[in-house]
Design a protein around this ligand. Structure first.
Ligand SMILES: Cc1ncc(C[n+]2csc(CCOP(=O)(O)OP(=O)(O)O)c2C)c(N)n1
Ligand SMILES: [Mg+2]
Length: 369
């Protein structure tokens, strides 16, 4: 065929797009290794396997408790994370303390793993300014504006590159976020300047109630990274080892000065979008949730670790009790923090309050508010 006609074969190009992003898998839904070389490349010790599992269990318990607290009206904004344990906790396990996390509103677990205190996450949920004070932990507060964190990560990643740091920025958005202009702009900027950044799109199938297929006809969200010229991959977001491996390799690539990487994780949010009145059964079937429940990350990781004699029901129960205690203490601590004043809220909104804000701060201070 002539090259001209081949180039004009749109049908073929669509097929090529579809075939260009095979799914990275290491551990299948039955807890069996399907790619031994992938397992080896993950290079996890027994202790690290256990630590990875613990992080996912911590996420599980934190979610369970946060959902309950939200129902009791004791928290403000809560976005459930059930189902996304591998996509969130396992990817973040590949990063170091020096790396900078730019989370979205659902990414509280990654912040906690980094050392952000749980009581502060509760304060953030309640809209208290103290929940935005990071105290030297390399994370920003969770971004509500969809996609904005990709722009922030590009800037921080560029700073790290210029300062020749052995570190990177890593950030998360969702499938819906991948349709937002900021997401592309962040990746493009980071690509152009070879910034130290890892971009993660958690494709959980829905932007609130809008199905991913309505958002875009791109067969893979990872292809959006190709537009920015950066390596982009698709990962089984229910496979903790594959998620870890993808993030580990992406981190290595970017801190070596090669520029950013995009990872798309295929996952599912098994619970509502947020605890602010969303009912998933209005836009998806019970059966579709049950199908995803069968492949969720903890089932396969339990089988895998139990076969290695590294995990048991008793270990899991004891660890869950420990986390529940930590959360009890965090609730108490958050409850005992002084109610925020209006003046404090305005004071901490901008790094340097402008003239109008200064006037407002004074006015409220004088009124004791
Ligand atoms: C710029 C912007 N537009 C719209 C919204 C309202 N909004 C909040 S969450 C959401 C859906 C995001 O879906 P997705 O990126 O798939 O993330 P998920 O909630 O599934 O984790 C939207 C549209 C927003 N927060 N910011
Ligand atoms: Mg989504």
């Amino acid at each position: 065929m002539s090259q001209a006609l081949e180039i004009l074969d749109f049908e073929k190009q669509l097929k090529l797009q579809d075939e260009s992003f095979p799914e990275l898998k290491v551990l299948d839904k039955n807890g069996k290794i399907v790619d031994a070389a992938g397992l080896k490349a993950a290079d996890l010790s027994d202790e690290q396997f256990v630590e990875l599992m613990k992080r996912m269990i911590k996420q599980l318990v934190l979610n369970e408790r946060s959902v309950k607290l939200a129902k009791q009206g004791r928290l403000g904004f809560v976005a459930p994370t059930r189902g996304q344990e591998a996509s969130q906790s396992a990817t973040s396990f590949a990063f170091n303390d020096d790396d900078y996390l730019m989370p979205g509103y659902r990414d509280i677990p990654q912040m906690i793993h980094k050392g952000f205190p749980i009581y502060k996450a509760f304060l953030w949920s309640r809209g208290h300014y103290e929940g935005n004070l990071m105290e030297g932990i390399n994370t920003w507060f969770p971004q509500i504006i969809i996609g904005a964190q990709f722009v922030e990560a590009a800037g921080i990643g560029l700073g790290m590159k210029k300062r020749q740091k052995d570190a990177c920025a890593y950030t998360y958005t969702g499938d819906g976020g991948s349709s937002q202009g900021d997401t592309y702009e962040g990746m493009n900027f980071a690509g152009a300047y070879k910034a130290n950044a890892v971009f993660i799109i958690q494709n959980n199938g829905y932007a609130i109630s809008t199905p991913r297929k309505v958002q875009t006809v791109a067969p893979h969200l990872a292809s959006k990274g190709w537009g920015a010229g950066i390596p982009s991959i698709v990962v089984d977001g229910m496979d903790p080892i594959a998620c870890y491996l993808a993030a580990k390799k992406a981190r290595e690539w970017t801190v070596s000065g090669n520029g950013p990487v995009l990872i798309e994780t295929l996952t599912d949010r098994l619970e509502p979008h947020s605890m602010s009145g969303d009912d998933p059964l209005r836009y998806r079937t019970k059966e579709s949730i049950e199908e995803w429940q069968k492949v969720e990350p903890l089932i396969r990781m339990r089988i895998f670790l139990e076969e290695k004699q590294l995990w048991s029901e008793a270990i899991e129960e004891a660890y869950k009790a420990e986390i529940n205690e930590e959360i009890d203490a965090a609730v108490k601590k958050a409850d005992n923090v002084q109610k925020q004043k209006v003046s404090e809220f305005i004071e901490t909104t901008f790094e340097q309050p402008g003239f109008v804000q200064q006037e407002q701060i004074e006015k409220f201070r004088k009124a004791g508010k």
